[in-house]
Design a protein around this ligand. Structure first.
Ligand SMILES: [Fe+2]
Length: 138
């Protein structure tokens, strides 16, 4: 599994939101390190804590981003919020699965989902609001 690397083409036109997206990338990269250590040591407790931190931060970030879209009067917020919900639900589902059975394959599946979701969401759905949030100070 590869690290996520933020690039300027992923910018959504707000320094604050770009900064939060970069933080999501670093949480993901940190999760990869912890998972590979856990797999090597056959211990998964630490990964659970790191995953919880990731879920918590994603929740805060989505809340902030949705607040900006509301402030900007962005028209497509409903579908955007649904995508955020899908992401959180997938993480919660994985968390409960992994609490029952810490299968390295499940971790791998989860990481594949997280990395592709984060990049596709930022490059696709998030960038659609860029022209609308310019008028809002963020
Ligand atoms: Fe978003």
């Amino acid at each position: 599994m590869e690290n996520l690397v933020w690039s300027s083409e992923m910018s959504v036109g707000s320094d604050e939101l770009d900064c939060q997206h970069k933080h999501l990338f670093s949480l993901y990269n940190n999760l990869l390190v912890v998972i590979s250590n856990d797999v090597a040591n056959k211990i998964f407790r630490l990964s659970d804590d790191v995953l919880q931190g990731f879920v918590d931060y994603a929740g805060l970030h989505f809340e902030y981003e949705e607040g900006i879209m509301i402030k900007a009067g962005y028209h497509d917020i409903y579908l955007h919020k649904l995508e955020h919900k899908t992401y959180i639900n997938r993480m919660l589902e994985a968390q409960s699965e992994l609490n029952k059975n810490s299968d390295p394959k499940e971790w791998e599946e989860l990481c594949k989902f997280l990395s592709s979701w984060i990049v596709n969401h930022i490059m696709g759905t998030d960038r659609l609001y860029t022209p609308y949030i310019r008028s809002v100070s963020v």
